[in-house]
Ligand binder design. Structure first.
Ligand code: CO
Length: 291
């Protein structure tokens, strides 16, 4: 609400032509990253949505994964870090920065992004008037409901009501990832009892889901990544040709399998959630208000 009022004030000031910069924040889209070229289309669509919403702002995509950035650099591909991108925005004359996390949840990568930004701000005090950070995709009950709707509609037409869906989350051995995925899975299950979430590194794995499927009449399973891009995990661990891929393990267990090689960022309803989060940013330049 405060931000909204602030934006109105900034808008009015900019109309009078005095502080035009304030209405044109530099926008950094901070994603985990991928080295799979075909997967970039999800990022391209998100970038296009931001360019459309903020036509006068520079919009820049950065990858938070150092491993991915190093790999891209070895291949001679452009891969700025968050610090380099902030410098670039300063060089462009931006005084307000909106950083929007393109992570699925506020897990390890999101925490590292926040720390990297705060550290960079401490190194360059006063470089920007304000730096805002937008929360990742699954942040509230409402987010998970909207994301669930968007994902299920992306599987239609195609999926029949008696066909199951297994979404591959990334997950993590520790931290809150399991908790967020379990919450999202419960919300999806309420909407559609044949939708499941398992993860690559988290505690609920494919075998748990296969056990659940065996007590149902399901014959066909749809597989889709619960990740912003359909990168390496989607192409190999989920739908790859190796016997250990989820697709092949499900086939071995007797199911017909259909893969949906689509990153969440390719779905309009998902992009809308990110854009909404860019409307309710956390101000990193201000001390938290004590109750
Ligand atoms: Co991984």
């Amino acid at each position: 609400m405060i931000l909204f009022r602030l934006l109105i004030v900034i808008f009015l000031i900019s109309l009078s032509g005095e502080i035009v910069w304030a209405a044109k924040p530099g926008i950094l889209l901070a994603a985990f990253g991928t080295s799979v070229k075909e997967a970039y289309k999800a990022y391209d669509k998100i970038e296009a949505a931001y360019a459309n919403k903020f036509p006068d702002s520079p919009v820049m995509l950065v990858f938070t994964s150092q491993k991915i950035r190093k790999k891209l650099a070895r291949e001679g591909r452009d891969a700025p870090s968050i610090a380099e991108a902030l410098q670039d925005m300063a060089d462009k004359g931006c005084q307000t920065i909106y950083i929007q996390s393109l992570h699925v949840m506020a897990g390890e990568e999101y925490g590292e992004l926040e720390r990297a930004v705060l550290l960079d701000m401490a190194k360059h005090p006063g470089r920007f008037k304000a730096v805002y950070l937008g929360r990742p995709l699954l942040e509230s009950l409402e987010d998970a409901q909207k994301a669930g709707d968007a994902i299920l509609s992306a599987l239609n037409p195609g999926r029949a009501p008696d066909e199951a869906v297994i979404l591959m989350g990334h997950g993590h051995g520790h931290g809150r990832a399991d908790l967020v995925l379990e919450g999202a899975a419960a919300i999806l299950k309420r909407r559609d009892p044949l939708v499941f979430i398992a993860s690559v590194e988290g505690s609920r794995n494919l075998e748990d889901i296969i056990k659940e499927l065996q007590s149902s009449n399901v014959k066909k399973v749809w597989l889709m990544p619960l990740m912003v891009v359909a990168g390496d995990h989607a192409r190999n661990d989920l739908l790859g040709d190796e016997p250990a891929s989820w697709a092949n393990r499900l086939r071995t267990a007797g199911y017909e399998v259909e893969g949906k090689l689509m990153g969440l960022g390719e779905i309009e309803g998902i992009r809308e959630i990110f854009l909404e989060h860019t409307n309710t940013l956390d101000d990193l330049t201000r001390e938290p208000v004590k109750p």
